[in-house]
Design a protein around this ligand. Sequence first.
Ligand code: HEC
Ligand code: HEC
Ligand SMILES: [Ca+2]
Ligand SMILES: [Ca+2]
Ligand SMILES: [Ca+2]
Length: 470
Amino acid sequence: MVDRYSKFLLFLLIAFSSCRSDDDDLVLDGLLNPENGEELSGGLSNTVFNTSRNSFGQRSPFLDGSNLDFIIGNSFFNQSWVSAPASTTARDGLGPTFNARTCSSCHSKDGRGQPPSFGGQISIGFLLRLSKLGVSVKGGPLADPNYGTQLQDQSNSGVLKEGEFNISYTEIQGSFPDGEQYSLRDPTYTITNLNFGPLTSGIMVSPRIGQQMIGLGLLEAIDEADILLKEDQFDTNGDGISGKANYVWDFIENKSSLGRFGWKANQPSLLHQTAGAFIGDLGLTTIYFSNQNCPSPQLDCQQAAEGGTPEVETDDLNSVVLYVSNLAVPARRNYDNQDILKGKQLFNSIGCVSCHTPSHITGNHPKFNNLTNQKIWPYTDLLLHDMGDGLADNRPDYLADGNEWRTQALWGIGLIETVNNHTFLLHDGRARNIKEAILWHAGEAEQSKNLFKQLTATERELLINFIKTL
Ligand code: HEC
Ligand code: HEC
Ligand SMILES: [Ca+2]
Ligand SMILES: [Ca+2]
Ligand SMILES: [Ca+2]
């Protein structure tokens, strides 16, 4: 039986809970309070308090076992590979064609790559994916017969590289409703100096930069069911947002799997992504991808010396996977500052959280205990969204269509400038800062972008300053 007293308590409870904003920020005495643990971006076990140039390169403090595998993984991530045959057999086998000589040339300091600033510049984290119209038997991109699925713009001596590319930008002017002007740079990519004939007609080209390496094992540990919960492919709840999971062919497990990594969620696991980077970006074979990367007309490439079978020993590959799985996430800075909390409220209220899901609780990671059952704050749903024609690459990648991109995790974004000395953002680095990255949002994010534009200049700054603390 509900007596008057309990009714009164119930009333108080409802009245109190309705005073609370939906983001759980408790307002007391006019002050905003942070959520419990929100500063621990990588959870209790995988967060580091480091804001230095090396803040992305820190080992997860609770990684079990010997430090040695992590150190070996780190050294294979950083070392320059050389062409075979070489006296240093442990690091030969580069190429014959490749994009870079080391993982860290594109993920410098375990951080964010950037587009080249002039044609022919050695990769600092940028590459072009290619495919011809149609889909492969596994449902993925169909290789160009002469160039495969990626343009390798470097090669060992005596072998021709595939070609080169140039980027040029057109400035697009715009303004906020309050009159403030802005300019966005719209890239055009031109492929030049092709050495093996023309590209197939209708070739599709997707530009990509390398992301920061932090917290990736934690993203791998999120339960598939948890990710699928947020899927709303046909927008049945009518909020204009229709997240969609990518399913991609896992050549290692020989099955279709949920894609989590890469800008189109085109990679199912860190093992797959790492072995794929070894062969695709560096030209190094592993037990999983054991053929040299030489499409049929590239005869010199096919006849070049190999650096072992495979070129990357399986133990070494596994150390690199351990390494990229266990880079800790830097803790938030100033997360409890009132202005930052106001910026966070705006981020919630204009719908950024519809895709940039603030937190997840990880499930079991099969290999690394430290990644299991952690409350993490990556600000992504790991789903694909239509981001409009302006950002489209018009190159499908498994279930991702030409307009769709995976919500990029925002953790660490405020430290990219310290680590990498630049602030280029989005899948091809076209945005020169956070504000431009937001202004490129369209498609499913159109409404949210417009609400951002309608904020006052002070509010926009509060929101951007919040993002810089992630
Ligand atoms: C030529 C530049 C380049 C090199 C070299 C390179 N990467 Fe990458 N990396 C990229 C790009 C570009 C992406 C995004 C790929 C995509 O969207 O398909 C990426 C993505 C990744 C990701 C997924 C990140 C995420 O947030 O989803 C991992 C992990 C990774 N690389 C690891 C490696 C490892 C390990 C090596 C060395 C074996 C390596 N990379 C070498 C450019 C490079
Ligand atoms: C419909 C889903 C969606 C919504 C809503 C959304 N985003 Fe995004 N966001 C994305 C996707 C997808 C990307 C990656 C796009 C790309 O690289 O082309 C992205 C990228 C970003 C980036 C660049 C990240 C990086 O590391 O390069 C920032 C910053 C960002 N979003 C902030 C915001 C803010 C602020 C809002 C609210 C105004 C917002 N987003 C709303 C999906 C969304
Ligand atoms: Ca090789
Ligand atoms: Ca190629
Ligand atoms: Ca929806």
